[in-house]
Design a protein around this ligand. Sequence first.
Ligand code: AMP
Length: 399
Amino acid sequence: MCPKAEIKTYDFKGKKALVRVDYNVPLNDEFQIQDTKRIDASLPTLKKILDDGGSIILMSHLGRPKNKEYQFSLQHLIPYLENVLPGVNIYFAPECIGEQTRKIANALRPREILLLENVRFFPEEEAGDEQFAKELASYGDVFVHEAFSTAHRNHATTAVIADFFPNDKMYGFLMAAEIENLSQVMNNPRRPVTAVLGGAKISSKIQVITNLIKKVDNLLIGGAMDSTFHKYLGGNIGNTLYEEDMQDVAKQILATAKENHVNIYLAPDKIAADKFANDAKRGIYDSKEIPDGWAGLDIGPDTCTLYRDVILKSSTILWNGPMGVFEMENFSTGTFMVAEAIAKATRHGAFSLVGGGDSVAAINKFHLTDNYTYVSTAGGAMLEYCEGKILPGIRAIEK
Ligand code: AMP
């Protein structure tokens, strides 16, 4: 599949570009941006349009507003945008659509930006309302999708709007790169390929596991997810978090891995705790022999050595989900070790892709962000892509 237009060759001169970005940035109580990465990452796309002599109508969501709460207003981002785009006039429309917004959009001159209010202030956005999308579309000449993290949503500005630009729709630089990296991992990876999956639940990642099993050579399982497998295999997992109703699924996953000659690794040992707290009493136990009343909260040292070994021998590595309760210092070692091993493998030439809120939070915490081939902040979208689904935001541009 090939998109109809490409940002690098498209001439935006004299055009108004509707650009959907993900400016869902953290703000403090004074509404100052705590992490500007998402905005910074969109700048090459914005600059290309402005440098060509085009203008921009920026659309984004921020947070999960229920009733147009002031804290979720996109106007808080204007000072930063003015700072990183010096000399560019930035206007703000308090309503996404309507007479006033249309007027500002019509009056927009080349190299100017109109920032629309949080699209999620309007229920039509999440409903994927066609009229809302149509009205927005009428303000611009071209649609640029630069919000991969929303691509799994069939919302008005993340998918539906593209229908109104049959020839003038494209990915922004960032979204194009995310898709290219993911497609390389899923369709044309260098082998051996290793997927590292952790986190709390099998149930939230079952489709990913099922799809990945057909594509990878090794699957390393960590986090609480691994306990459901040990429980199914008859182990004593004490109080470790697991999913009773996922044992059949665990059985099926193990069988499919065998059929596909995939090496599936379960953590042989755990660091267990007598309570769910950083200052809990800790001990190293076989994952199948955790004492009653204790819970495995991190992978153990033998697992660390085993997983590190597999990671260092891999040419492509995909990671989603922490190996333990990494938010607590005393149970963050396994996650740190995996993060470091993937960083080392990458330095030695492996292709690595890390995605998902918790994994990205972990590598930020360990200051390892720059050590991977690609870090995707798009947790949900990335997982659904790895499940083999065609995401609405991608379909909208490709069709
Ligand atoms: P997920 O959203 O499924 O990727 O899960 C991430 C969460 O799983 C993090 O908040 C971790 O603290 C949690 N987690 C990972 N390992 C364990 C464990 N052994 N017991 C309880 N929670 C865990």
